[in-house]
Design a binder for this molecule. Structure first.
Ligand code: GLN
Length: 255
C-alpha cells in the first residue's frame, strides 16, 4: 500500500477513479456508478478525477478506485486479450485492498472463466474465485437482495451467464426477489477484500448509496490514512442527506 498520511489543509484531496473499458463494458446505465462516486466524493469534500481505460491504452499509474460495467458477450470477446494483459496489475491492486466495483460482464470476467451459451470460453482473470456458465434462459428483472454489510440492495439484472461462487469469495447479498448469480442458489454478487461485484444494473450506486460510500471511503482511507469528510457547504450536506433519504424511501417502495 502507498504510504498513508493524514490530509492537511490545502492538500490535494483527489481520488482517481478508473473506469475499465467504458466503450464495450457500460450498459444499462452503468456509467451512473462513476457519476455517483464523483458527486458523493464532492459532497464529502474530496475531488474526483475520472480516468478511462480502453483496449490498447496505457494503464494509468495512479489509480485509487476502479469501476467496471456490464457488456454483451460480444463486448467481452473484444476486451478479453487486453484484459488478460492487465490481469496481473488488477490482481495486485485487489490484493493491495484497492476498492473495486465490477458489474455483470466484468464481474463474470473477474472470475475464472465465462463459458457462454454458445460454448465459447472467455478466460477470466481469477481475481475472484468464481465461474460462470451461459444458459439458454436469460435472467431478467428487478432484484431485491439483503446484505449484512449494506442492508437492502436493489437493482436490475439481465444476463445469460450463471455464476457460481468458490470458497475464496463470499456472496454480496441474499436474494429475496429475482435471481441474482444464478437460478439455483440464492446468492447475489460477490465480496472479496475491498472488491464489490454484482449483477445489478440500474445503475447500482444511485439506488444503493451505502455501497458507494463504502467504496469511496476505502479509497480515501487507503490513500490518505483516514476519512475526514469536509462538506464544501451546508447546501451540499443537505443535498447529500436528502438524496440518501430519497434512495432509502424509493428502495423500500420497490418490490
Ligand atoms: N454477456 C453477459 C451475460 O449475458 C453479461 C451481460 C451483462 O453485462 N448485462 O451473461
Amino acid at each position: 500500500m502507498s504510504e498513508a498520511h493524514n490530509p492537511t489543509a490545502g492538500e490535494d484531496r483527489t481520488i482517481n477513479i478508473l473506469q475499465l473499458y467504458p466503450r464495450e463494458m457500460n450498459i444499462y446505465g452503468d456509467w451512473g456508478n462513476v457519476l455517483v462516486l464523483k458527486q458523493r466524493l464532492k459532497w464529502h469534500g474530496y475531488n474526483a478525477n475520472v480516468l478511462e481505460y480502453n483496449v490498447g491504452d496505457e494503464f494509468p499509474a495512479d489509480v485509487d478506485l476502479l469501476v467496471g460495467g456490464g457488456g454483451q458477450d460480444s463486448g467481452q470477446v473484444v476486451i478479453q486479450d487486453d484484459l488478460q494483459a492487465i490481469a496481473p496489475t488488477l490482481r495486485a491492486m485487489a490484493e493491495d485492498d484497492l476498492p473495486m466495483l465490477a458489474i455483470c460482464g466484468l464481474y463474470q470476467l473477474f472470475g475464472n472463466f465465462f463459458k457462454t451459451h454458445t460454448g465459447t470460453v472467455i478466460p477470466g482473470i481469477g481475481l475472484l474465485d468464481l465461474e460462470t456458465h451461459g444458459g439458454t434462459e436469460r435472467l431478467i428483472g428487478n432484484v431485491l437482495s439483503v446484505s449484512e454489510e449494506f442492508g437492502e440492495i436493489h437493482g436490475y439484472e439481465n444476463h445469460s451467464g450463471q455464476t457460481f461462487l468458490g470458497s475464496g469469495v463470499r456472496p454480496l447479498a441474499e436474494v429475496r426477489k429475482g435471481e441474482g448469480n444464478n437460478s439455483k442458489d440464492n446468492w447475489e454478487g460477490a465480496r472479496y477484500r475491498n472488491v464489490v461485484a454484482s449483477y445489478l444494473h440500474g445503475s447500482l450506486l444511485p439506488k444503493n448509496p451505502a455501497i458507494a460510500d463504502f467504496l469511496l471511503q476505502q479509497a480515501v482511507i487507503r490513500k490518505f490514512g483516514s476519512f475526514e469528510p469536509r462538506p464544501s457547504s451546508a447546501k451540499d450536506l443537505a443535498e447529500l442527506a436528502k438524496l440518501s433519504e430519497l434512495a432509502r424511501q424509493h428502495a423500500s417502495q420497490r418490490p
